[in-house]
Structures are given as C-alpha cells and as structure tokens.
Design a protein. Structure first.
Length: 305
C-alpha cells in the first residue's frame, strides 16, 4: 500500500484530500498544528479513522518522526489569508517559507519518493494576459503569494541539489464543503453563509472582476494524478479553465438559494487582482486532468453541506 502524508491535513483541502485518498486505497496520515483548522474537518478525519499527528511544520524533529515510512508527501500546510499577510507578513514567511524548507529537507533526508507542493495562482500576481499558463511571469502582490513562490524555489532547489522528485500544483480559487471564510478563497462560502442567514452577499468593487473557481473534489483528482505521472519536476495550473465574474457568481448562488434580491456592494479591496483564469492545457495533457464538476453542481455541494 502507498503511504501518503498530508501536511495541513486538518485544513479544508487537506481533509477533503485525506478522505478521498483513503477511499482510493491509499494509507493516509495527516499532520497539522491546528492553528487554522476547523473543528468540522478534524471531526471528519476522526470519523474516517484517518490518523492526525499534531505537529508544527517548522519543527524538524517532529516532522521527521511523523513522516518516517511515507512514500509520498502532499505539502498543503500554510497560512492562506492574503489580507492578513499584507497586515502581518512575518508569520507568513515563518509558516510558509521556513515550514516548507523543513518539510522539503525532511523529504530529502527520508528519501521520500515524491513531494507534491500545493502552491497558488497568487504567485502570478496581476496577470498580464488571461488565461494564465505556467510560463506567465511570477510577480506576487502579497506576502502570501511571495511565500508560496519562495516555497516553490525551495522545492526546486532540493530537487536540483539532492535529486528530490516533486510536482508543483498552482491552485486557483478552490471551493467546496469544509472551507473557512478567510481571504478571497472563501468568497463562495461567504456568499452562501450570508444567504443562509437571510442576508445579501457583499461584493467588493463593481463585481466585474473575474476568478477561476475549481471544486475541491476536482483538486483531489489532480493531486492524485500527480502521484502517478511520469512527468515529475514540473509545475501545473489547477483550475477549471473558466473565467467567472463575481457578480455572475453571486447571481448564480442567489438563484440556487431562491433569493429574490440584489447583492450589495462595498468599496474595492486594496491589492486585489482584476482578472484571473487558468490555462490548464498542460495539466490536461500531462496529468490527464479534466475537471468534472460544473460551477453550479459544485455550488450545490456547498449549499447542501
Ligand atoms: N483554498 C484555496 O482556494 C487555495 C488556493 C490556492 C492554493 N491553496 C493552497 O492550498 C493549501 C491548503 O489551503 P486550505 O484552503 O486548505 O487552507 P486551510 O487554512 O483550510 O488549511 C491549511 C492548514 O494548514 C495548517 N497549518 C498552518 N500552518 C501550519 C504549521 N506551521 N504547521 C502545521 N500546520 C499548519 C492549518 O492549521 C490548516 O489546518 C495551502 O498551501 C494554500 O496555499 C489554497
């Protein structure tokens, strides 16, 4: 049986991934310091009998002990709130950069077969063209984006020097059950929460800004595909390939909620990018990754969670 360790396994993506991989027959273990995890996701792991080691990814000795015997590491632990990172950047470098350097060094020292580093579209910054492919310049606009990019460099460094095999997945806006509401990533959860409480969703700016939303189930498939591909030491965008205006997203969610009204508007947020959409041709070709859920089907999973 293939042993997989997921850092950040008590988080939104990590916990969904743990359950998915277990159902595929992998032997899964999660590591998390619970600093940003949600009670629901911790309960889910325990319900599914998935072991969770309480450890901080900056603690080399603990991570080394926890990862002994594992074949594949999915490194998803990180602080992820863009706005918080602009206000208070140092923890982002400590958790995301130092943490990634520890996880990667442990992978080298234990001879782990493959490291899957969960990166972000935030490494691109404001796109000079959409859709964004993997060769697009990387100009992050926040300490969060910079920390994810530095993490990529650390992984690439250890591959070059020590022969570590890696895959970097640059995720676009992931959504689905179990997501928190911090940062822009949680916009769908925020809209759904507003509507469930009888309030109108709040749109920052004119609503014409676009994002590429990908359901967490599809992300899990992309991650599992990265375990098997022979195209190692590569970066892949993971998105839906569809560009959606925030105003249209709000309308779609309001329609699912049978909410007969208009969204409300608030001033545009500082540092927010205008347009975002992934070119996923490379992932289609080399990972055989084809997102399955339509946005509407995906939204219903959040609404019914
Ligand atoms: N959610 C998205 O839309 C999105 C988009 C692009 C990339 N990503 C990336 O996906 C990964 C997972 O994101 P998520 O949405 O599940 O976030 P999340 O906050 O739900 O999960 C992250 C988990 O990491 C844990 N963690 C943080 N610092 C830690 C540390 N020092 N030691 C141990 N555990 C620590 C937190 O407790 C949390 O449970 C992150 O690397 C993020 O950069 C997410």
């Amino acid at each position: 049986m293939v042993n997989v360790v997921i850092t950040g396994g008590a988080g939104f993506i990590g916990s969904n991934l743990a359950v998915f991989l277990k159902s595929c027959g992998y032997n899964v273990m999660c590591i998390d310091n619970l600093s940003r995890s949600q009670e629901r996701n911790v309960r889910l792991l325990s319900l599914k009998n998935i072991p969770l080691h309480l450890a901080d990814i900056r603690d080399y000795n603990k991570i080394f002990d926890s990862m002994k015997g594992c074949d594949i590491v999915v490194h998803a632990a990180a602080l992820i709130d863009v706005e918080e990172s602009l206000r208070d950047p140092i923890p982002y470098f400590e958790n995301n950069v130092v943490g990634t350097s520890v996880v990667t060094k442990v992978c080298v020292d234990l001879g782990v077969e493959r490291l899957v580093y969960i990166s972000s579209a935030a490494v691109y910054g404001d796109p000079v063209k959409v859709p964004v492919d993997e060769n697009h310049p990387t100009n992050p606009l926040s300490p969060y984006g910079l920390s994810k990019l530095l993490g990529e460099h650390i992984v690439e460094f250890y591959s070059r020097i020590n022969g570590l095999k890696y895959i970097i997945l640059r995720l676009f806006n992931v959504f689905g059950p179990g997501q928190g509401i911090s940062g822009y990533a949680g916009v769908i959860t925020k809209f759904v929460n507003c509507l469930k409480n009888g309030r109108r969703p709040i749109i920052f700016g004119d609503g014409l800004q676009t994002r590429d939303f990908i359901h967490v189930n599809d992300v899990c498939h992309a991650i599992e595909a990265s375990f098997k591909t022979k195209h190692v030491n590569e970066k892949f965008n993971v998105g839906s390939g569809n560009e959606v205006k925030i105003i249209d997203l709000a309308k779609m969610i309001m329609s699912i909620a049978n909410f007969d009204g208009e969204p409300s508007f608030a001033p545009k947020r500082v540092g927010e990018i205008r347009f975002s959409c992934a070119d996923i041709s490379k992932a289609k070709k080399l990972l055989n990754f084809y997102p399955k859920l339509s946005l509407e089907e995906g939204l219903r999973t959040v609404f019914n969670a």
